[in-house]
Design a protein around this ligand. Structure first.
Ligand code: ZN
Length: 341
């Protein structure tokens, strides 16, 4: 008996559904196409418009803010700049070759629309008083309230009396890559407007790194900022150093600002090159140190696992365009997706 009832109930529901369906079908056939459009056309258009707005909002909120700008960084172009610098020979402070390197950097920056400021100074070194020149590049006509992110490299090579040291990786790789970065940024002015490119002179120590030997350029640059009390103008910075080794392992110093390290790892993850990034076993003293010391959080993307370091073997054959591209792309991903959030 209970089963019977259920069957009858189901039969009634099916019948009522068929009735509705037939009535709807007759109504639909009765109206002409034109009449249907007059009646429902407005709703159809509205639904379509709402759907398009929905798609736009979804893609805008999840899509890259400046497009996939990291794909535009060319390791080959960066490597060509490194070659041009290395072709000048050893480039220690005050040498004729470093003056040529400065000219090369300056010309390329100006060609890509950057305004270049020279920051000359002299300092006492173990070899007496030496003249240095930092180069600082910004986009022209920037609003005064702009907050900058620093991208830095040193362009000097270490002074050696006994060997011919051309610094393909140490001094060359990061400088060539920073020039390629200048080109890519010049195609994305909204991003470029928030960035300052700095080429430090005198990174290398004459004897050994100490409070008064080495980091001449970055110490001077940081001192100017701290004396002018303009530190708040900068959100942070990335220093590139020795980033061209074919066998690339970026070894973040242990003292890296934690937020920056986390975001660099995240950027490397996003571009599936996380395997090239790790922590070094200890702090590293480099051009980021004077910036960190005055409260501008700066991270050093350096490959300190480089056997030819400070030897005559630091030559072009140790480098690869791919390594330059990897670090360039990770930095661009970080800048366009994470740095200004
Ligand atoms: Zn060095």
């Amino acid at each position: 008996m209970p089963n019977d009832k259920k069957r009858r109930g189901r039969g009634a529901a099916a019948k009522s559904w068929r009735r509705w369906r037939d009535a709807g079908w007759q109504w639909w056939r009765a109206d002409s196409l034109a009449a249907k459009w007059r009646r429902w056309g407005g709703f159809v258009l509205l639904a379509l418009a709402l759907f398009l707005v929905f798609l736009f909002l979804v893609f805008r909120s999840t899509g890259p803010r400046y497009g996939a700008v990291w794909n535009e960084f060319s390791g080959e172009k960066a490597l060509a700049h490194v070659q041009a610098l290395v072709d000048l020979g050893p480039r220690p402070p005050e040498s004729a070759a470093i003056k040529k390197a400065r000219g090369y950097i300056r010309r390329y920056l100006e060609e890509t629309g950057w305004q270049v400021e020279e920051q000359p100074f002299t300092d006492q070194t173990p070899r007496g008083s030496i003249s240095f020149v930092n180069l600082i590049a910004r986009r022209p006509n920037q609003p005064r309230h702009a907050k900058y992110f620093l991208l830095c490299s040193h362009y000097d090579t270490k002074t050696f009396e006994s060997i011919r040291f051309v610094g393909a990786n140490d001094g060359g790789s990061s400088t060539g890559a920073l020039l390629e970065m200048a080109r890519v940024l010049s195609l994305h002015l909204a991003l470029a407007a928030q960035i300052e490119l700095v080429f430090f002179d005198g990174e290398e120590a004459y004897d050994t790194f100490s409070a008064t030997d080495g980091l001449y350029g970055s110490r001077y640059f940081a001192r100017q900022i701290s004396e002018a009390k303009t530190g708040k103008t900068y959100r942070g910075g990335i220093l590139w150093d020795m980033m061209g080794d074919r066998d690339l392992t970026i070894t973040l110093p242990l003292d890296s600002p934690a937020d920056l390290a986390r975001d660099i790892f995240a950027a490397a993850d996003a571009l599936q090159v996380r395997n090239h990034f790790t922590y070094f076993s200890q702090d590293i003293l480099d051009d980021h140190s004077p910036l960190d010391a005055i409260g501008i959080p700066t991270i050093d993307l350096i490959d300190f696992d480089y056997p030819p370091w400070h030897t005559a073997g630091d030559t072009m054959d140790k480098l690869s365009a791919q390594s330059l591209q990897t670090v360039g792309a990770v930095t661009l991903y970080y800048l366009s997706e994470l740095a200004f959030k």
